[in-house]
Design a protein around this ligand. Sequence first.
Ligand code: MOS
Length: 732
Amino acid sequence: MSDQSRSIIGAGVPRIDGPDKLSGRANYAADNLPPGLTYGYGVFSTIASGRVTDIELDDARDMPGVVDIYHHGHFPTLYHTPSSLAQGNKVEETRLPFEDDRVYYAGQFVALVVADTFENARAAARRVKVSYAEEPTLATLEQGIEANGTQPGSGNHSRGDAPAAFDSAATTVDVTYRTPVETHNPMEMHASTAWWQRGELTIFDASQGVVVAKGALSKIFAMSPERITVHAPYIGSGFGGKLWTWPHAIATAAVSRELGRPVQLVVPRREMFTTVGHRPETRQRLRLATDENGKLVSVRHESINTTSFTDQYVETCGSVTKSLYRCPDLTVSHATTQVNRGTPTSMRAPGAAPGLFALESAIDEMALAAGADPVQFRLDNYASRDESKDLDFSSNHIVEATNRAAEKFGWADRTPGVGSMRDGREIVGYGMAACNWEALKMACDARVSIRADGTAFASCATQDIGTGTYTIVAQTVSDVTGIPLDRITVKLGDSSYPDGPVSGGSWATATTLPAIAGAARNALDEMKRYATGTGGVFAGAASDDLEVSDGGLRNADGKHSDFAAILDAGRYGSADGEAHTKAADSEYSYRSFGAHFVEVRWDPGISRLRVARVVSAIDVGRVINETTARNQVEGAVVMGIGMGLFEATEYDERNARPVNNDYAEYLVPVHADQPEIDVILLDYPDTKFNEYGARGIGEIGITGLAAAVANAVYHATGKRIRELPITLDKLM
Ligand code: MOS
């Protein structure tokens, strides 16, 4: 990072893509309408388990505009992908679309109609008659465990002897928590527009990872990745649901090749609940114990989550438990059980979000059992190093985060008795919880050009999923080159650009910025070579004597020339730089920290519960953009309120079909549910992690929030709700 323009890093500059989005110029996957476009519409299984025995197509074929109808008996051959993130070809549902006549979940694609318009495709799809041989279903976690037991998961950890320490401890807690299936509900539905020219595939896909999508499609179509281009210049958010390629995108590309025509398919909102992943149901048993001084001496966190019959997805609920609190004797284990649902996937803070609901609720129960204040109990037990990895944290300010949030919230005013704080008809409850998320940094390539017209151009195949990546990349180019933001163009979301990371895991910022900065510095080096070369503006000078200043170079004597003049002197069109940066090393444990404080208000007269106030202090390293960073935490807090009070995908226990599969019945917080949200960003650069000192901020804000709500609800009502969401029936 340069000193001269340090102020651009951290500044709350507005999103540079904002005008394009607000004016409708931003194009999303389904906005692409290539000539000759046809439209796909799915026929989705109405049963959750069994076989397709017959597909009657005559009525559908007679409908206007129908081009063709695909199903397991009429579909091109595809190839399996190893589904490896390390190899860059991961998919979450590994069964290929229409692979056979089997049905594993309700809402699985069983046919795909292609027609000349969206309306004709949809109308014809409704005329396809599918007959099934239905088999008994497993609809819930408990049904799955009862029928098939569990399969061991990954991410397990054990140190010391937790059972023995538990048995000899002064105070113990043994509690079980449950979290439901949650469904990603981004505004933009999943959509793909695919076409083939001269054997090459172009696909606009609502994707959080165009490079991995390209890799997966290259395996599935058995062709070299260079012949596939995946575009996602804008996506209407994803929350993890769009990290990996789902069956609809594969099927759309496949039928487009078959037909020799472009095909577009939008996943209907109803099927957003079935065939594109979800956060799985969990059951988590927590056993904690303290000694007579209130120190944690034993922790066991056992989690089971639902997965599909085709894939094992492990929700690593104990991922944070391993290292948040100091405890010599600790066990974390994950297992799965198969049910008739589609394959789950990452949803904002996978593992940690449901995991910290359980852990941070249990810590509250433990503190109360030990007679301690919940804040002081945490301060007394936070880990000062990562015991699970036997490493120091690169940077950890959780104590300051907890104290600052407590002070701003007014925790000292809390009277500990249940229901002891009243305001008119309302009972006020105060609760808090820690939040935590791993900081990751992947390998990344980037390109920056400084052009003769005085502008700069940066490209990387990462995406902006609405979080501000375009803007922070521009800030980085401006930081290194001194070129103002309005003369910087950023291109993202195209798999033909230099390889960039998936926009997930909160790792895009830490991964992308060092590569962009490196490319910008390399472009400046080229600029200096041009300037100092024969005929150059600073001919004969040493590159080291030139410094970047005011959109140009300056020598020791104070002579300044702007970049355009330097390029013009040699008739160079641009000075270009590329860079490749590596994944983070494992010298330290890199994590982000924080604490949420929540005020709930419970009106027992009318049974109304609301979150009235949230104060969150977040330690994510350096803040690159004050505005977008704050937005990330605010959005995550809102999503955490949804997790705490509203969100649950319900399944009919008789047939495993999702019941509340639309915006009307799948409840998320609306404006009336928003509390006052006060976000404190600690802003301590973590330069052991990367030169920008930023650890990423997309996910941490949702972790712990539901527990803070549940802990506040307990304080107000005396009811310890261990099963999300905290609906009113549970309080009466
Ligand atoms: Mo996030 S769940 O890694 O998109």
